[in-house]
Design a protein around this ligand. Structure first.
Ligand SMILES: [Zn+2]
Ligand SMILES: [Zn+2]
Length: 349
């Protein structure tokens, strides 16, 4: 089969035509890959920032495709089914799995990310039956990629704060995930969504995703403006999606007393939370009984929910910009991911 193979870190992936089709076990499905999203995690793996053990390695964890063959014990799929893969292979047995938090599984593995677990930058991939979800006819392959990539972490964040109909929200960072978070919050019944960005370019792009107000934090104080827009109180749920020290503090400060702040951004550098403040920031946190929540990835229960909401049109991906490229252009695709012009760059077979 054809695959894009990582043979050397910091070097372009190599397109190979004679990679053996992977063997599969009794509870596995051999999926013929139709599309696979290119993720910033892949960029980090290829650069060596995220170790994947011995090379060669096949990346790719955001796959959708068609069931080609099934293992002898597979009961829920037949050849020809359109499917979406959840790359997070959880054990189903540990304490977190038992409480519907398999994103925190003690024995988790990630397809296309964990050492030795080959991904789907390839014509075929092996996926455990438990990690596959049927895609209804109304949900396109690209919609499937958007579900398993950008949408999933946004959706989980909204569920982590138990976002309710008619609540207000602010989003610090309206990039690839922040935009999808706006779509999710709208679908959950948000009455007001305020986006905070740092460039004019993202101001324009965010409007199409249902953000009601956009604040350029380079031009005005976002906390002050959010308070003004919410009768002096702050939003019910504040979200931080960029993983930046300043934005985390601002998101907390923008949330009303008794509200919830959700941090989705993952900092990849040393963050110093500087509480040496004359403004009484920590005092404010105490006084308003702040609930500060982290959101990490997504849980398996969320896939049927997301697929159903996209199927019913409750979450509408039409403002998303996607670009589908052939696998031969995967190295250009990895570069395009860094530029951030598209909601998702997707390899299509
Ligand atoms: Zn990803
Ligand atoms: Zn587990």
């Amino acid at each position: 089969m054809k695959a894009a193979v990582l043979r050397e870190l910091k070097s372009p992936l190599v397109i190979e035509n004679d990679v053996p089709i992977p063997e599969f076990g009794p509870r596995d499905v051999l999926m013929r890959v139709k599309q696979c999203g290119i993720c910033v995690t892949d960029v980090r793996i290829a650069s060596g920032a995220r170790p994947v053990g011995e090379l060669p390695f096949i990346m790719g964890h955001e796959g959708v495709g068609i069931v080609e063959e099934i293992g002898s014990e597979v009961a829920n799929f037949i050849k020809g089914d359109r499917v979406l893969m959840n790359p997070l292979v959880s054990c189903g047995m540990c304490k977190n799995c038992s409480s519907a938090r398999d994103n925190l599984c003690e024995n988790r593995k990630l397809i296309g990310i964990s050492p030795g677990v080959q991904g789907v930058y390839a014509e075929y991939g092996v996926i455990p039956e438990r990690n596959l979800y049927k895609l209804p006819g109304e949900v396109s392959y690209s919609d499937g990629v958007l579900i398993t990539s950008n949408l999933a972490s946004a959706f989980h964040g909204a569920r982590r704060v138990d976002f309710k109909a008619s609540e207000t929200a602010c989003i610090y960072g309206v990039g690839a995930i922040g935009k999808l978070l706006a779509l999710v919050l709208k679908s959950f019944g948000a009455s007001l969504i305020i986006g905070v960005v740092r460039s004019e370019k993202s101001l324009k792009a965010a409007a199409a995703f249902g953000v009601d107000y956009l604040i350029n934090s380079k031009k005005e104080d976002p906390v002050k403006r959010i308070k003004e827009l919410t009768g002096g109180k702050g939003v019910d749920a504040g979200f931080e999606v960029v993983g930046k020290h300043e934005a985390i503090l601002q998101a907390i400060a923008s949330t009303r007393a008794g509200g919830r702040t959700c941090i989705l951004g993952v900092p990849f550098y040393h963050v110093i939370m500087d509480f040496e403040d004359e403004l009484g920031f920590f005092h404010e946190i105490c006084e308003k009984e702040a609930t500060i929540i982290n959101s990490w990835g997504y849980v398996r229960q969320e896939f049927p929910m997301m697929i159903n909401m996209v199927k019913k049109g409750l979450i509408d991906f039409s403002p998303c910009r996607i670009k589908i490229i052939p696998i031969e252009e995967v190295n250009e695709g990895l570069k395009l991911n860094k530029e951030g012009l598209y909601t998702r760059v997707i390899i299509g077979f």
